[in-house]
Write a protein that binds this ligand. Structure first.
Ligand code: ADP
Ligand code: F6P
Length: 483
């Protein structure tokens, strides 16, 4: 059979993106660069510690998929997405329908029937790539909103493997989720897993409420009973909360590298040795509250509450989903606003807001965190927000202030941050001023408590906890009703 000839991996990760993106260089050669986003940051460090692991995902460009290859001790299996899949499955259904719907409709979700067809067929392709490479009795771990149908599709091919699903983004309240055409297919797709994990308790409760209300399935605490066909026995699916984290020790260790320390000092010199440096690091996404942050910053400069000679803001805004309309609009607005703020307030030869629309390597990112007196995480909705945790891990000196939106998943754990409602611009301005004026002892108290949380609960513990739970979930033994 095909399975006998296929490589056998004990753990197979399935995600929309591989941990690396392929780029074609002008001379036609291929270059591989780290893919953007929190999922890759987290899972890449988990997979480095796994033996005989595999990762199934898209290599980031439309067209033929490269052949499978080894990287960082795991086998990568690229999945092909052609131009129309990129437009309809990735940019369309994933990022113009599901993304805004799951993030509290900050922009209006778009519903198009053609996009659903493409989502279905792309999910089939990921499932078909993953199913044959898992060892008998192995584990397949499916990630995120782009692949919600995959758990069920894999179960239909392989009833010997354990299937886990983790959603990196929020799961919306049933009132919002109910808007989604094909909502029940999505729920049934997810329920193909043995264990479904979410970031926050509220996401888990939202999902369970949707299953109960829309499918009418019996739920007992965190256990959902999925009825089989006819008289087949019921299959039980566990639903639980697993807040994701970072490779805390690795991030913290980078701060001891003398080159990175020197780079942090140099960054401050390059900015003109301001008294304070304030930093934002986000994918350029409307969920991140960048507009709200710039509004608050602009008003603080207008009011004269902050002097641009003393205080500089750096906004790193990583390019993201650049062909999706809402992202183009956001980029235009953000760049217009930054230009206005700098035009009105920046001293000659030095920015009021230093705007960086590109990627940095991990070392440079750590230097930025070390150089920042205040980090602003003002997401309007965010599954977790790893930037918040990376800042904390980068401050073993116990200095620096984290301003954190209560709408980011990280706010459930990082209670010692300066918590804000980013919609309340006056509150945000006051929080920024309070953070800038916070005495070193108070910074130390808060950072100590934050570090305790982040260093104790790292991404290795998160993955271990998830996989251990999956291990003890029941083995499949029945056939579900059709999707
Ligand atoms: P999301 O998953 O929505 O992108 P997170 O905050 O959870 O948001 O994760 C973002 C990850 O991407 C973090 O690890 C962050 O350090 C990284 N990152 C963000 N911007 C850049 C950039 N310009 N260069 C390199 N890494 C970046
Ligand atoms: O949860 C983080 C995430 O949304 C991933 O699913 C996604 O891969 C990443 O951010 C970046 O987005 P994209 O893959 O669309 O560039």
């Amino acid at each position: 059979s095909v399975q006998d000839r296929s490589p056998q991996h004990e753990l197979v990760v399935v995600a929309n993106r591989l941990p690396v993106d392929s780029r074609t260089l002008p001379d036609g050669a291929t270059e591989w660069v780290t893919s953007p986003g929190g999922l890759v940051t987290a899972m890449e460090s988990v997979m480095r510690t796994v033996e005989s692991g595999a990762w199934v995902g898209w290599a980031g460009s439309p067209g033929e998929a490269p052949d499978p290859f080894d990287a960082d001790g795991m086998r990568l299996y690229p999945v092909r997405l052609d131009q129309s899949d990129v437009e309809r499955y990735y940019e369309g259904y994933s990022n113009a329908t599901l993304w805004p719907l799951y993030h509290d409709v900050i922009v209006d979700p778009e519903f198009h029937r053609g996009w659903w067809d493409s989502y279905l067929s792309a999910n089939r392709r990921f499932a078909a790539a993953a199913a044959p490479v898992a060892a008998p009795g192995g584990t397949i771990w499916v990630h995120d909103y782009q692949l919600q149908l995959v758990p069920r599709m894999i179960r239909d091919k392989r009833n010997d493997v354990r299937i886990g699903f983790f959603n990196h983004i929020p799961f919306p309240p049933v009132e919002l989720f109910s808007q989604l055409p094909k909502r029940n297919s999505i729920l049934r797709g997810l329920l193909g897993a043995d264990l479904i994990g979410f970031q926050r308790e509220s996401d888990t409760l939202n999902f369970v409420a949707s299953v109960r209300r829309l499918l009418g399935y019996h739920v007992d605490g965190t256990t959902i009973s999925v009825p089989g066909i006819g008289a087949a026995p019921v299959r039980e699916v566990q639903v639980e909360t697993f807040p994701i984290s970072i490779d805390s020790a690795a991030v913290s260790a980078l701060t001891e590298d003398p080159e990175i320390c020197e780079r942090a000092a140099e960054l401050r010199r390059e900015l003109g040795d301001p008294e304070k440096v304030v930093l934002g690091v986000d994918r350029l996404d409307y969920t991140k509250g960048i507009r709200h942050r710039l509004k608050a910053w602009g008003e603080l400069l207008d009011d004269g509450s902050i002097d641009p000679h003393d205080i500089v803001m750096i906004q790193v805004a990583t390019p993201s989903r650049e062909r999706v309309e809402a992202y183009r609009q956001l980029r235009d607005e953000v760049e217009l606003t930054v230009g206005r703020i700098n035009g009105e307030h920046a001293p000659i030869g030095r920015p009021a807001v230093s705007y960086q629309h590109h990627s940095f390597d991990r070392r440079e990112m750590t230097a930025l965190f070390m150089a920042a007196d205040v980090v602003l995480v003002t997401a309007l909705r965010d599954g977790m927000n790893l930037v918040a945790k990376e800042y904390v891990a980068s401050r073993p000196d116990l200095q620096g202030v984290l301003v954190l939106s209560e709408f980011a998943g990280a706010a459930d754990e990082l209670r010692a941050a300066v918590l804000v409602n980013p919609h309340d611009i006056d509150e945000l301005k006051a929080a920024i001023l309070r953070s800038l004026a916070m005495p070193p002892e108070e910074q130390e108290d808060s950072m100590r408590s934050l570090r305790h949380q982040v260093m104790e609960n790292d991404v290795q513990a998160w993955a271990h906890h998830f996989l251990e739970r999956l291990e003890t979930s029941q083995t499949p033994d029945s056939e579900d009703a059709p999707l």
